[in-house]
Design a binder for this molecule. Structure first.
Ligand code: ADP
Length: 399
């Protein structure tokens, strides 16, 4: 029987000098992002498909729809937001306590490496500090209260993208593609990366989709048509809409004003506003679903981790059961799903040394046997408590 009283009264932090209590924080969101309601990464398989253009215009479209919006230009190697938002020579200020204050343009607060380094700093100098900078962007920017924070990711699926997907508590990701960019493999790679870290793909945006003649109104598919829609269908994710190929988009970008602001009634502006509306709908749909996120987590005196779920259910997990339920590559064969952890080698008196949040989707747990490579998603934790899909050995262990 669960003794809720002892669980609830157990302090979250270990008493000073205690060696038995693990270091545990129930907070899954970095403090600088705590006031942000929805964090959406804008990604693409390759460069030049208009990812930054879509990010800037979506940010402005969401602002037009009445939201408080921030934009993080995480494209360390090719930051384009300072130019696109007309802040070419501006620099972000750094407070005494080393916090970065975003620059404000067109009602959007944004941060970019372009606001911290000179434009002519060679990419080769940026590379070694890329990850450091990304961690600064996640943890040291004063975003305050925001409805949306869009993150303009670098193209591809490298370390920077993965770190952001893991650390920035993403609500979801948007994938930008062009009609002819039906390189499904590339998009799939991106999708898989987000899936791996439990970040839902909110949908695909097809950019540079057909050219509408200003004079006769006829639309010509300069490249192919429908690639984005087909991609979304094949990846089984929502299609958020198409943005036409339009010189006005490019010129506005070059002039540092998103087309949604400079030509609000134009065809491309309306297309961006429609995509923003679809994005909002997808986020609402996602939130209405039953994503598992704990309401509260406590370590009880007996070393058992208690998790309270949104439906009021409280699950208890002993260190031993959790260790056996580890799904990391050292414990489970990735291809066959077969368990390779030898349970006889797990000490019966194993304890939890440290618990750290991983994004908004799970926990990383360090055990007294020095094992710390497993990520326990909240879905998995709930599943092993209820015995559906969990480790059978763990179910039979009496806590
Ligand atoms: P990425 O971020 O994917 O590298 P950018 O957003 O920087 O791509 O866009 C590359 C170029 O294409 C820019 O000059 C931009 O103005 C232009 N561009 C992007 N989308 C469109 C569009 N729909 N119509 C016309 N030009 C576009």
């Amino acid at each position: 029987m669960l003794n809720r009283k002892s669980v609830q009264s157990a302090p979250t932090d270990p008493p000073a000098g205690s060696r038995t209590r693990p270091n545990m924080s129930a907070r899954a969101v970095p403090p600088s992002l705590a006031g942000v309601k929805h964090i959406v990464a804008v990604a693409s398989g390759k460069g030049g498909v208009g990812k930054s253009t879509v990010s800037a215009n979506l940010a402005y479209a969401l602002k037009e729809r009445g939201f408080r919006v921030g934009l993080m230009d995480a494209d360390i190697y090719g930051p384009s937001q300072p130019g696109m938002l007309g802040a070419g020579g501006d620099k972000a200020s750094i407070t005494l306590d080393q916090k970065l204050t975003p620059v404000s343009r067109h009602g959007i607060d944004f941060i970019s490496i372009g606001l911290l380094m000179d434009e002519d700093t060679p990419v080769i100098w940026r590379a070694p500090i890329a990850m450091k900078m990304i961690m600064q962007f996640i943890g040291a920017v004063e975003w305050g209260e925001r409805d949306y924070l869009l993150i303009d990711l670098p193209p591809g699926t490298g370390d920077v993208q993965l770190t952001l997907a893991q650390q920035a508590s993403l609500t979801g990701a948007v994938i930008v593609t062009t009609p002819q960019d039906v390189a499904l493999g590339v998009a799939k790679k991106g999708l898989k990366m987000f899936e791996q870290v439990n970040v839902p793909v909110l949908g695909v945006v097809e950019n540079m989709s057909g050219f509408t003649c200003k004079h006769c109104g006829e639309t010509t598919a300069i490249f192919k048509e429908g690639g984005g829609k087909a991609m979304a269908a094949r990846l089984e994710v929502p299609f958020l809409g198409s943005i036409p190929l339009d010189p006005e988009i490019m010129m506005s970008g070059d002039q540092g004003v998103p087309v949604v602001q400079s030509a609000g009634e134009s065809v491309p502006a309306k297309a961006f506003l429609a995509v923003a509306e679809r994005l909002q709908e997808e986020i609402a749909r996602l939130k209405a679903g039953s994503r598992m996120e704990p309401v509260n987590m406590e370590m009880a005196d007996d070393g058992v981790l208690s998790i309270e779920w949104p439906d009021g259910h409280v699950s208890r997990h002993s260190a031993y059961n959790l260790r056996l339920a580890c799904t990391c590559a050292n414990c489970i064969d990735e291809d066959s799903g077969r368990k390779i952890l030898d349970s006889a080698r797990v000490p019966l008196d194993i304890s939890i040394q440290e618990i750290k949040p991983v994004g908004r989707y799970g926990l990383s747990i360090a055990f007294s046997d020095q094992h710390s490579t497993g990520i326990y998603t909240f879905d998995h934790l709930r599943a092993i408590d209820e015995g559906s899909g969990g480790n059978t050995e763990s179910k039979s262990f009496d806590v």
